[in-house]
Design a protein around this ligand. Structure first.
Ligand code: NI
Length: 387
């Protein structure tokens, strides 16, 4: 069993590698994946899979039914990043300033491979929904699909996703049994005071001074409001005010990011940030408003589904090659919003120890990883939808 599924999907390896390199050479930014979505849709149709287009703008869902039974969703992301590629590969990006630097070209390809494998073998009973998501890189693709009725139109009892991991050996997997990745928010704070001559501060309400006090006060949220057993990061990454040496400006703006491992912690940070901003500004006679946007929910794996996913991986590569207690990462992933609606799990698979980091211009998805992704997607379906 274990050898046969990896061997079986290796028969598609050359065809899938061609697809991966074609997507790599033609990267598209989030919610603009028109060519990629069309390639996905046509490929699924060629393999006899029912296709639904335009879910969450450029999202695609393929549906494969095999008798009555539960349904599983398998998800991959399709978007590239605004990075100038520096790999010198023969199939380098043909779109200047755009690059598949996070391996979503590989994720899309592996999900296509799983569709082909499951359509060929049909060793399951129930329905598989292949979810090709647009715009993962902080631009709301998962929510776009959810708001388009993803799980109403394609109900799923469980969902599974994966991401390649540079620095981890090829053929290895790692998964967290609960919280796997941080939630992330962006914030903008605008402070309005009263401009004046730099030499006559008594006529001003100085927004720069408010920003300085607020910048340090915000760190008190982590130190004094968040329970010590929880994790939060508050980073002010931008403060802007003024243009001249002798002018106290009228306004100042601040921006930054927040990371937490729980939704409640994020809400706690937001409430305290708003209170500090308005009350510190008021203390100086100024006004402040906060725009706080949650871009990623924390990614939380269902314990049982995570165990099943790890069991399926161990079947393929042996227990020694599966890390079942991966500590949570501070990076974020918007599959988290889907996991808030439907229980499931998200796993990492090795992209090789010498792989460049994701979001680096030298990064490339490792084609040798394709069979490991395809086989794991295939195997989790066969286990969850056992005949
Ligand atoms: Ni990614």
């Amino acid at each position: 069993m274990t050898d046969t599924i990896l061997d079986r999907v290796r028969a598609y390896h050359a065809e899938l590698t061609d697809i991966r390199r074609d997507i790599h050479a033609n990267p598209e930014l989030g919610l603009e994946e028109h060519r990629t979505a069309d390639l996905v849709a046509r490929t699924l149709e060629k393999w006899g899979i029912e296709v639904h287009r335009g879910i969450g703008k450029t999202g695609i869902v393929g549906v494969l039914r095999n008798g009555d039974g539960p349904s599983i969703g398998l998800r991959a992301d399709m978007d590239a990043l605004p990075i100038e590629e520096q790999t010198n590969l023969p199939y380098s990006s043909r779109n200047a300033g755009t690059m598949h630097a996070c391996g979503h070209d590989g994720h899309t390809t592996m999900l296509l491979g799983a569709a082909k494998y499951l359509a060929d073998t049909r060793d399951f009973r129930g329905t598989v929904n292949f979810i090709f998501q647009p715009g993962e890189e902080g631009i709301g693709g998962a929510l776009a699909m959810l708001n388009d009725g993803l799980f109403d139109r394609f109900p799923c009892d469980a969902i599974f996703g994966m991401h390649n991991r540079p620095g981890m050996k090829l053929g290895k997997y790692a998964i967290s049994p609960g919280v796997g990745m941080a939630g992330g928010a962006f914030f903008d704070i605008s402070i309005t005071g009263k401009g004046a001559h730099g030499a006559r501060p008594e006529e001003s309400v100085d927004p720069v001074l408010v920003a300085c006090h607020l910048g340090s006060a915000l760190q008190a949220i982590v130190a004094r409001n968040v329970p010590p057993q929880d994790v939060a990061v508050v980073s002010v990454t931008r403060i802007q005010a003024g243009e001249a040496y002798n002018v106290i400006p009228q306004t100042a703006t601040m921006a930054g990011t927040v990371r937490t491992m729980k939704r409640e912690t994020m809400q706690l940070v937001e409430a305290n940030m708003k209170r500090l901003a308005s009350s510190i500004a008021a203390g100086f006679g100024a006004e402040a408003s906060v725009d706080f946007r949650v871009i990623f929910a924390p990614l939380v794996n269902d314990r049982d589904h995570a165990r099943s996913f790890a069991d399926a991986a161990a079947e393929l590569v042996g227990e020694d090659n599966v890390e079942r207690n991966k500590p949570p990462a501070n990076a974020s992933e918007d599959f988290s919003f889907m996991l808030e609606r439907v229980p499931g799990a998200y796993i990492n698979l090795g992209n090789g120890e010498d792989s460049a980091a994701v979001h680096n211009p030298a990064y490339n998805f490792n084609d040798a990883a394709i069979p490991y992704g395809v086989a794991l997607f295939g195997r989790i379906v066969e286990r969850k939808l056992a005949k």
